[in-house]
Design a protein around this ligand. Sequence first.
Ligand code: SF4
Length: 672
Amino acid sequence: MPAVTALSRFYLCGSDWETADSSEYNNLSEQRAAMNENETSNGTFSTLINRDFQPDGPLASAMPGYVCRTEQVKLATEIAETMQNGTQLMAEAETGTGKTLAYLVPALRSSAKVLISTHTKALQDQLMFRDIPGVQQALGVRRRIALLKGRSNYLCPYRLEKNMQDITTEPWLKKKLLRVNMWRNKTRVGDLSELPFDVFSSAIGGKITATAEQCLGSKCPLWNECPIVLARQAAQDADIVVSNHSLLLADAELKSGDFGEVLPDFDVTILDEAHALPDLACRHFGRQIALNRLTSWHNDMQKLLEELADEASLKRDISTLFLQVVHAYDKDDLAAVLEIWQELAALADQRRERSDDAARLADRCEAIGDDMQAILKPPQGFVAWREGSGNQSKHLLAPVETGPVLNEKLWPRSGIFILLSATLRISGSFAYMGERLGLNCDLGLDSDAHQETNAQAVSHPSPFDYATQAMIYAPRHVPPPNADGYEDALFAEMQALIEASSGRAFVLFTSHSMLRRVAPRLAAAVSWPVLIQNESGSRDAILQQFREDKHSVLCGTRSFWEGVDVPGEALSLVIIDKMPFAPPDDKLLAARRDACEKKGGNGFFDIQLPEAVATLRQGAGRLIRTQEDRGVIAILDSRLYIKSYGRVVAQNLPPAPKTEELADIRRFFARQ
Ligand code: SF4
């Protein structure tokens, strides 16, 4: 990775610290000299950041409840040093370290242009509406902040207008479009979350947003009022941009075209929740074909031909061919779909000269065909598979290993990268995550590394006292997951645990089928309200209900294992049904295992087990969120004892006392 492009930007922002504006200097060496002078008189950037965190510093005097935490100060200092030295950093900061504050202070104090990228929307909102304003106020700094979301979050006024004018749009949909249009005249930023209803579940999402394929870019007649363009301009002008990994990866993938580079260049990119990056990279650096992508092209093409008015026979031909596409797609025959699609592409290509829109639709048709071809014949290093069947199916292509693609597409971008997460290590080593991220760490832990060392790795333990705050319940007597009687035993254990904790529990399932079978039984058996994913409301709605009703139980699958923060008594028990190994039919994981074994590794121990351990660490991390929290983590999987890998899993659990006895758990809760 290249070193930072604007080292000189790290003189300090804020009240009495500010020394100079970069525009006062003619060249880089003058700026560097100014910074050195500043360092000599005030200490280095990192020592000054360190001072902010001290008990007599600005954070302590301005932020209610602030406590100086050793690991947080160390992390903030390391981040400041990284920014100053132009290196890259990978930092594991376990729950409770306070990593958000640790990176916000150096980011807001420096005058560098900083991107803060998150995986979850919850963290993005927390940064924008709580943390950044609070820290700015405490430090007395004022930097320009912008929020940049993915394009599906913004109104596309062009498509809204088109669909309002379309005579084939049904009246009930038109009514909704008119409501959006009224809001359009009032909104400042065109962010769809301002609307009082969810546009995608109201069936109009596709009519008022534009995918990258659908967007006309700078040729759009509404370019000057396009919310995406305006949000992008705001990001250009801002000092700190808050965004998400998906947008960053999409930007890394699409480097050309009108909307190719959505993000400007940054001096520093801070990736929080960095553990999620490899899986997202699989999606963004791969390809995907679903019927709605094909249908959307067909609908747009039909609209164009309608407008052209003199293409009735072509309109008919395209319609006939598209019906054949749908038929072949329904039979899961992608090769047949491609054959017919190529006929459509030839027809679209013949009309490309008629208008910009026609040319764009011809390009779009060709790009879809190219993606189908890649899925049918995956390039070296990629794997293709199908999820679901019939017209609900998705055909996917993804890189088997994410390290090389991230190395090729993301890390060569200019600037410093700082990656943070509560879970980046497996059994104390960064090797597994480093390889998935394409980063080597300089701790000497990655002895088989074949690439250059290119990121410093640091870890910070949780300040929580797990010995007194928590207990782990791992019963040996529950039959293993494939044995007779497992499901009944699981249900009985869950019921007993929930009664012991008086509700206040997260029940994390590894599969939807187990959730569907066991959760309703729990709802009928326990005396506390049970909220079930996909049945009791949207994810956000049931989380909200769980927080408010202090004795409720929430049953969910993968999306609740991470990115959920419920401090306090409402969450006092986390039950994990079994070790979260990926299902045996996971094609991508199978390809990763094969690739690992071809290189002489062990597919299970080097790929599948670390993956499960990382997920388990995330799930277990939901329990203790503050110094005051107390609770139990229950892992109802006896393979912890009977399988050789059980020891590895146990090593990666929080350092809390363990028990096999339910009576201990009852006593633990009785002491509360
Ligand atoms: S530029 Fe793209 S997203 Fe913006 S209004 Fe035009 S088509 Fe829609």
